[in-house]
Design a protein around this ligand. Sequence first.
Ligand SMILES: Cc1cc2nc3c(=O)[nH]c(=O)nc-3n(C[C@H](O)[C@H](O)[C@H](O)COP(=O)(O)O)c2cc1C
Length: 194
Amino acid sequence: MLTVEMPAGAQVDALLRSRRSARVFGPGTPPEEMIREALEDAVHVPNHRRTEPWRFVVARGEALGRLADRAGALKIRPGGGDEGRTAAERTRQELRTAAYALAVVQKEAPDPEIREEDYASCILAALQVGLALWARGVALRWSSGGVTRDPEVRTLLGLRQEERLAILCYLGYAASMPAHAAPRPAAERTVWLA
Ligand SMILES: Cc1cc2nc3c(=O)[nH]c(=O)nc-3n(C[C@H](O)[C@H](O)[C@H](O)COP(=O)(O)O)c2cc1C
C-alpha cells in the first residue's frame, strides 16, 4: 500500500506500476459503495464522439455463482477427458472466490469504426475501475474470449441483442498475486522523432 508521502505524480506512477491481475481471491467483500465509486470513475475515460457506449452489470451472491459455474463449464471440450473436467472445476472454484463479477457491456453501433472506438473505451472503463479499486487494495481478474460470446452468459447478465459483452472482470481481495516478469522498459521500445 502507498503510505509514504510522495508528490502526487510519483504516487500515481507507483500505483500504475504496481497494478497486477489476480486469479484467486481471499476472504472479505469490498463494500458495494467502493464498487459504485469506481464505476463513477470509469465513466470519465476518454470516449470518442462521447457515445458513452457502456453499461455495467455487477453480479454477486448466487448470480456470481451461476456465472462461475458457466465459465467453468465452458472449459470442457467434447472429447477433452478428465483434464478438461479438472480445468473446468478449478476455474469454477477460483471464480467463486471472487466477491463480485463486473460486466462491461457495450452498445454496438452499426458503424464499424464507431464500434471499434467504443470497444476501446469499454476496455479503458474496465481498466479505470481496476485502477480505482487497486488503489483501495482490490484486484481484478479479467475474462475475455469465448465467455463473452456465450449465449448462456449473455442471458445470465441480461444482455440485449444489440449489446456486446466487452469484458467480464471478477473482483475481490486477492489471495495471492501470480508472479510474472516485469515488462520491458518502454524506453527500449520508444522512438522519438523530431
Ligand atoms: C482486454 C483484456 C482481456 C483479457 N482477457 C483475459 C482472459 O480472458 N483471461 C485471463 O486470464 N486474463 C485476461 N486478461 C489479463 C491479462 O492476461 C493480464 O493483464 C496479463 O497476464 C498481465 O498480467 P498483469 O495484469 O498482472 O500485469 C485480459 C486483459 C485484457 C486487457
